[in-house]
Ligand binder design. Sequence first.
Ligand code: SF4
Ligand code: SF4
Ligand code: SF4
Ligand code: FES
Length: 948
Amino acid sequence: MAWIGEIDLGTKPAPESAASVALTIDGQTIEVPEGTSIMRAAALLGTTIPKLCASDNLEAFGSCRLCLVEIEGRNGYPASCTTPVTPGMVVHTQSEKLKKLRRGVMELYISDHPLDCLTCSANGDCELQDQAGAVGLRDVRYGYEGAHHLDAARDESNPYFAFDPAKCIVCSRCVRACDEVQGTLALTVDGRGFDSHIAASQDEGFLASECVSCGACVQACPTAALIEKKVVETGTPDRAVVTTCAYCGVGCTFRAEMRGEELVRMVPWKDGKANRGHSCVKGRFAWGYANHRDRIMKPMIRASIDKPWEEVSWDEAIAHVGREFRRIQAAHGARAVGAITSSRCSNEETFLVQKLIRQGFGNNNVDTCARVCHSPTGYGLKTTFGTSAGTQDFDSVMHADVILVIGANPTDGHPVFASRMKRRLRQGAELIVIDPRRIDLVRTPHIEAAHHLPLTPGTNVAVLTAMAHVVVSEGLADEAFVRERCDWNEYLDWAAFVSAPERSPEATELLTGVPAAELRAAARLYATARNAAIYYGLGVTEHSQGSSTVMAIANLAMATGNIGREGVGVNPLRGQNNVQGACDMGSFPHEYSGYRHVSDQATRTLFEDAWGVELDPEPGLRIPNMLDAAVNGAFKAIFIQGEDILQSDPNTSHVAAGLAAMECVVVQDLFLNETANYAHVFLPGSTFLEKDGTFTNAERRIQRVRKVMEPLNGYGDWEVVQRVANELGLGWRYRHPSEIMDEIARLTPSFAGVSYDRLEEAGSLQWPVTEAASEGTPTMHIDRFVRGKGHFVIADYVPTDERTGPRFPLLLTTGRILSHYNVGAQTRRTGNIVWHEEDRLEIHAHDAENRGIRDGDWVTLRSRAGETTLRALVTERVAPGVVYTTFHHPTTQANVVTTDYSDWATNCPEYKVTAVQVLPSNGPSDWQEQYRAQAGRSRRIAVADAAE
Ligand code: SF4
Ligand code: SF4
Ligand code: SF4
Ligand code: FES
């Protein structure tokens, strides 16, 4: 439990490495690093100097003049927030003169401020109110009758927060938060003198402006001028619990601030090492789905999928699941059943699901949704470096001189990390973007990519090989690093391969669509940087050559010596909150936790001894193989926890056929998702707010998830899995998720030093956490690669079998937007719906004109696999020949058009390349109309919820 109102030291810390400076403040001596402000030094002593415009996550500004102090030997009254300490300085923070000056400043603020403190929503949680008390203001000499701003109109346009200019003291904290913390630069102080006011973009209101609703300005505001609507509705919070966001792989930690049992607001936690006090719109605001009326709270069963659901007790549901799985195994063999773990659930929960399959069902038929996103990352990085994970922590980006972003759109997909990356870019780091789309990072306020390589979808390997060609043929490789750290003979083979003339930028220009000169310049920039870091996303992995691309990236980093220190590395931006953890916990059919192969006798013996059963040495089925086997009649039952495979997996009709062929499909989720249409048992799931556990983010950072409220359905997901296991006679006796983590630590070398007690002490830990690295491992492969020598793998470009032609002349690629998350099950049930009511098809103006399509027209998107209908967005963000859409709405079902092609090594589907045709249409098809009507209902509910 954290206390409400974290301490604000007023200004940012000086570097710890700076020389120490001793000074005296109000008679007390203190030593602080050179560069520390007087305000911060005083706060460290426990002396609070009144302040309004200062905050310790912003650069000092010095505008409010409330923090004046006296310094012996110096004239005047300098602002303590902007005055650094000097050796021997003697400071006085309290004197009659200072009190009078501060009261005078405060009088001016209060004379133009509504005097409604008692009824103000921020009463008791307002710095202006606190500071008026602190300076002893009792009355305003000027009266309240003069010109004022008290009638200024409120802006209620944002679904989550309101702006009341009458309460604004124009301290600029919001403007600076938007600039410095978020990096969107949506706010300005417009006008001069008395007319100064805060304006969003061109004074058009928050919703219509560039604001991305991250809430940093709301958090920064010292008054109720910017305030969460939920605080207005509920009142100020009275307690807080620190927990971790359950949306994306950044892993932001928050103080969940409560009033009684009600969640009032999520405030990014300053001590959170992944987010450092920042968040995006999803984590901060989009949690209303947890109480949404669509949530299913009672278990349900039905004899067949054409029958209506029947609510049953938990006892009946669990008994039914146990009976069905045992019956099916008896009739069809031990391998006729399996499970899918969820990257939304905790480490402890995924560990239990794979244990249930391995120990309880005696096979390895367990897979996870990473199959359809980052499984090539696991394969590629394990092969080249020896570990299936990224190499750095997020802070590392602040040491990068060149940042290469390939197949990722961080401002939408990983927004809090993107803010940190943008800060580094504003400090002068150079940026290379390799992406078919002109993503926001290419050009955004104060940032312009040095090179944008708009490659043809599907040619990642050819582009990276051409870059490697430049590195090797121009003598830019770091041979000393390669000789010392990598297998030199393999390097020579690889270098000969990439430097062949046919792999040069010029020879591949036509294929990749990237101008050779631009590619050469980008390769030189990357190779010659002091520190160059690569960040990538699903635009790398979701290809038939996903694993090859990951290895091509690793090759490039090794060849240039960009591994093993801060500011460099290979960094997958993982999608879901716990996709790293789900993979770590043994969710793949060939691996136990810690990525140890099921065929390894020593590993199996370890688990057999712990679990008291003989374990299957054969790898199990992957998701697509389970579905194939179901269609062929050999696979009969599945337990799917927190995953909507009908929406998220490729070739929707094949998924439906596989599910329909099974005798028992058990779905555990918050809502009746699309997959549940094919389920025989529905078990209600719990939200991250309702359970204890841990998530592991994209940095390998293990963080606590803490129960904020009791599970509305009665059980945390881990308890449900335990009940199923015990129905099968497994005799599990976990009393708390910490005991599951203890077992994980006992059985998994990279987690050996992890426990809830250690996590409480350290805040978070990055695996491996071992005896040798008890504090965790922020940077990997420092002295040697985990596998020993770095392994160069020749990654030859092989064109995908998915080809354009006269019938399907365009290439479709997909992605997501900031306000929504994956299939949208949660975000569509929140106020976020106002930003993205439907998926749109981005199409270049030339392609649109050739087809007679105007912006907003309905179009049919057709591929060899299927077709769907959506509205067009005519834009130059995509190149001619490329179209793009998001996949957040079931009304679109983008996966109806995606193909069966997949990564050669991991079966990760090729979502990013589909040959399509786009044709004008009269409107949505019948099935889409039905969905649309449903979505309309949800939207009305969601908007009502947000406004309530
Ligand atoms: S809205 Fe709040 S933070 Fe922004 S200038 Fe006004 S009082 Fe300061
Ligand atoms: S919510 Fe975020 S993006 Fe919007 S104005 Fe505030 S700080 Fe800027
Ligand atoms: S960046 Fe990701 S983890 Fe952070 S608040 Fe947003 S969705 Fe949550
Ligand atoms: S807090 Fe120092 S001038 Fe405002």
